[in-house]
Design a protein around this ligand. Sequence first.
Ligand code: HEC
Ligand code: HEC
Ligand code: HEC
Ligand code: HEC
Length: 151
Amino acid sequence: MGKRFLTILAVAVLMCSVALLGLSGAAEQKVPDDITIQAKLWKNHTKSPVKLSHKKHSEEYGAKCADCHHVIENGKNVWKEGDKVQKCMECHNEPTIKGEKKLPKDKQALNLKLAFHNNCQGCHKKLKKKDKVKYKDIPTTCIKCHPKKKK
Ligand code: HEC
Ligand code: HEC
Ligand code: HEC
Ligand code: HEC
């Protein structure tokens, strides 16, 4: 084999692997049916993990992806379906779980416990207020989301 052929072969192999890498990188993120939320930001959880019927929330309960997922730019949510989803704690990395409502406002906005509670309970409470009968069983109390003391 000539040197020239080997060079062409090497270049071809390189180009194929770059293309493959590109494809795998662009592969869609799996959208889970059910999620057990137990964020790793907290080493010592004081409450049991929280079950989220992820698929049901969007397919049966009328929640939109963007009700829960966002990337905020200039105060607006620019995230759209198909974009990469980051874990909440990648941005909400302020870990306080006791007295978090006494933190300064800017820290509260990045507090992970408040992020979950304001999002989950926020929507549940709002719906219950709108229609007490229809949403009589929607979880708004601790025990409904954190079923046992721990694990
Ligand atoms: C009721 C709130 C809610 C709705 C509605 C919702 N999600 Fe999620 N989703 C979550 C939460 C919470 C997580 C877990 C995040 C974490 O672990 O920090 C998650 C995780 C994900 C993940 C996995 C991310 C990973 O770490 O692997 C993907 C992908 C995703 N959601 C896409 C979607 C899409 C697409 C929709 C709309 C069809 C949607 N979600 C609707 C709350 C929601
Ligand atoms: C890419 C970064 C990023 C990710 C990922 C992210 N957030 Fe946020 N979130 C923000 C920013 C920035 C704000 C605006 C904070 C402010 O008002 O200054 C915000 C605001 C919020 C608010 C309103 C603030 C409040 O307490 O009133 C809630 C609730 C919230 N996020 C919950 C979540 C939840 C739940 C997840 C995961 C499903 C999540 N966020 C994922 C960056 C992110
Ligand atoms: C945009 C509104 C909205 C948001 C945000 C939301 N939910 Fe819900 N959730 C609902 C609705 C609607 C129901 C159905 C209530 C019913 O029919 O009784 C529900 C039901 C539930 C239930 C009981 C039924 C089941 O499927 O298990 C749990 C548990 C629950 N949600 C957990 C969560 C958690 C955890 C989060 C935050 C990660 C969350 N929800 C965020 C609207 C929301
Ligand atoms: C609608 C659902 C919902 C309700 C209601 C709710 N929580 Fe949570 N809470 C969550 C989610 C989701 C997380 C994040 C879970 C995780 O990552 O371990 C969380 C996290 C926490 C954490 C920090 C994590 C830990 O294990 O220490 C504490 C403490 C907590 N909740 C206490 C409470 C208390 C007290 C109440 C009642 C006043 C309550 N929660 C009601 C959904 C809920």
